[in-house]
Design a protein. Structure first.
Length: 288
């Protein structure tokens, strides 16, 4: 929900509905949730550009994930989800390229939604202050946030889509087999090591004075892969520590609230380093 530039409920419901249509709707719990998902997908107002984009994207991602699940049912969830997002992005890029002005219209609609959401948050803060004007620095920071989120919204959409697939798949596995290991424990989270080159190329495009389009591609690659590597770094930390205590969870929440750049960057560095060190595999293979 923190990374979603589109409605998380639509992403989850659309993915779950497609999984039900492709993989079956038994037992009864899955059928009922598919009906609820269909209502969620069909509802909502106004039916503007983003209304159709949200639902079309959910169908693309859910369909790709369902096809990959049929093809490789025993594959790791993270691999299937990454491939589904990449495949859906390729199809969406082709569709947008085929229609002149489609990308510009969608980008404008996304920026307007982000701006409206943060504007509502600013108004709530102003009311909490008794109607007093907000500090100019805060207003400026919010406008910069809008521009930054609009610039990397494809990466944010990819991250939130993987999260939505995780929710939909976990619920389906839970209802169909009773297992709570649909996505596996966080401590085992990993993905293809060769994807580090996506991060490296994105970083080069971002740091090199290329044209604005290439710099934006690089920024989205860095944000998307950076989030995945931060999650992989968290997995390594959990594996080495054996889990977090209550105090550890409190400190983690405190760090994410007050020092998010430091915490996320540290986890990302550990995740990238794990590409070459592969600490978890080495420790598992080391005799006791």
């Amino acid at each position: 929900m923190a990374t979603a530039v589109m409605q998380p409920t639509v992403l989850v419901a659309g993915s779950f509905l497609i999984l039900g249509l492709v993989l079956g709707m038994r037992p009864l719990g899955i059928l009922l949730l598919c009906l609820i998902s269909a209502v969620v997908v069909a509802s909502g107002a106004p039916r503007d550009v983003l209304w159709y984009v949200e639902r079309g994207w959910a169908m693309l991602v859910g369909g790709a994930f369902a096809a990959l699940t049929l093809r490789r049912p025993d594959a790791r969830f993270s691999g299937r989800a990454l491939a589904a997002v990449a495949g859906a992005a390729a199809v969406a890029a082709g569709l947008l390229a085929a229609r002149s002005g489609a990308w510009g219209a969608m980008e404008w609609a996304v920026e307007q939604r982000i701006s409206q959401g943060l504007g509502t948050a600013l108004e709530a803060l102003r009311m909490m202050r008794g109607g007093d004007a907000l500090p100019p620095a805060l207003v400026t920071a919010v406008h910069e946030t809008v521009r930054a989120q609009a610039k990397v919204f494809p990466a944010l959409l990819g991250i939130s889509s993987m999260a939505a697939l995780g929710v939909a798949w976990w619920v389906r596995v839970r209802l169909s087999s009773g297992s709570d290991q649909g996505v596996g424990p966080l401590r085992d989270f990993r993905f293809n090591d060769h994807l580090v080159w996506v991060f490296i190329v994105g970083l080069l495009l971002l740091l090199t004075p290329w044209e604005d389009v290439l710099a934006r591609v690089g920024a989205n690659a860095v944000v998307f892969m950076g989030a995945l590597y931060a999650l992989r770094g968290a997995a390594v930390i959990l594996f080495l520590s054996g889990g977090l205590s209550l105090f550890g969870y409190v400190m983690l929440i405190f760090g994410l609230i007050f020092l998010p750049p430091l915490v996320l960057t540290g986890a990302m560095v550990i995740g990238i380093g794990d590409t070459w060190l592969d600490v978890r595999r080495r420790l598992r293979s080391t005799p006791a």
